[in-house]
Design a binder for this molecule. Sequence first.
Ligand SMILES: [Zn+2]
Length: 196
Amino acid sequence: MTVFGPTKRGVNYPDYVQPKPRAPFTLHQLEDRIRTCTHCPPGTKELGWGYVNQIMFIGQGPALSNTDGLRGTSDFDKFFIPLVLKAKINKPNFYFTNIVKTPVSRVTQAMITHGGTHVKDEILIVKPKIIIALGAYASSWADTVGLRCRRMVHPSATRYGSISEDEWVKQLVVLTSKFINKLYARHREGLPQQEE
Ligand SMILES: [Zn+2]
């Protein structure tokens, strides 16, 4: 299996993708495809949100309370975003998405396999510099598809006491500080924030 994901030269494509015929494929086109997808679990989907060419977080699924498909303002986001900011990652420096697009009370392997096809498309379009899989579902999916990424305990673990918020933030800093410091350096020098 070819490893895919961010590399120094851009994004490696997964085996099944034929990059040329699919381009130009925009984020809006992908969102329309996901919104109308009948293979996802039924319900209002929460689509990915954030900025391209930055850090991409892959979570497992929308909060059960997020029945409106809110992006960036759900109950989960209200505690997730402050943790990310504490790691000195500003909002324009990340993109967030979930493997499963609809809130479900129980995630199945079939949901992960299917949702993962949407996430692969997102990776190709968003072209993240760093991908961080959050939690066991995202990590095991990454293993299955050969995604080059970093892994973290899901941030919800900070709410159940298995890891402190400070420790979680510390781990995030370790995984991202090189990228973020480079961005800040470019900012200080008045250079464009994106390399490409
Ligand atoms: Zn789907």
